[in-house]
Design a protein. Structure first.
Length: 215
């Protein structure tokens, strides 16, 4: 069903708003668009060309978030783009397609050796893709992106306590929305790390300044 005009206009307005939250140097090559896959994450980013990145938003779940929560989750993706930790399609994806296609073909011609070779190629390239995905989505990378998102928020006028609060509440919402136990644990780990970081930042801000001496 096509979107009604008021809804479409609202979404386009939100995309323009998010575009304005990009650092100026990224506005020419990073775009924002609705997610098109089945059961997509609420927000993610991926390379669509060698010099073009697209931030994709699940509009239904995005609407359920407060404005400040949206901003911090968006800056998390911006941080991942800046740190060059987005998934990239390499030779593994092509090899996986070739291996799977060859395996299907050999089932018809019943060549056992070629079937085993095709399955081996598909298995190896699939394992390499899994390894790459695990590395690029490691918790350390995600936690580093959270910290960078806080820095970006302060550059756009947030106080640091409010940035922590907004990102923490956004992660809580995602935890409540996530049925997959493994993904929920990853979000909970990020939230725990964020709480520890906020406690350290609060302790630093309350630390008395050293004595000053008049000269």
């Amino acid at each position: 069903m096509p979107l009604s005009s008021p809804t479409a206009d609202a979404y386009q307005g939100e995309f323009r708003r998010l575009q304005s939250l990009l650092p100026p140097e990224m506005r020419g090559w990073v775009t924002v668009a609705p997610s098109t896959g089945m059961n997509p994450p609420v927000i993610t980013a991926e390379e669509i060309d060698r010099d073009q990145v697209e931030v994709q938003v699940d509009l239904v779940r995005w609407d359920q978030l407060a404005l400040d929560q949206r901003n911090l989750l968006f800056w998390h993706e911006v941080a991942r783009i800046q740190s060059d930790t987005l998934p990239k399609e390499g030779w593994e994806m092509a090899a996986l397609a070739i291996g799977l296609g060859g395996a299907v073909g050999e089932l018809w011609v019943q060549d056992t050796l070629l079937l085993l070779l095709s399955l081996g190629l598909a298995g190896f390239s699939g394992y390499r893709l899994w390894q790459r995905n695990q590395k690029q989505n490691s918790l350390e990378i995600l936690k580093a992106a959270d910290e960078r998102a806080l820095e970006l928020a302060t550059q756009f006028g947030y106080t640091l306590p409010n940035a922590y609060k907004s990102l923490g509440s956004a992660l809580k919402v995602l935890i409540d929305q996530t049925p997959d136990r493994r993904q929920r644990r990853r979000l909970e780990t990020r939230l725990d790390a964020l709480r520890r970081s906020a406690a350290r930042a609060k302790a630093r801000s309350q630390r008395p300044a050293g004595p000053s001496y008049d000269t």
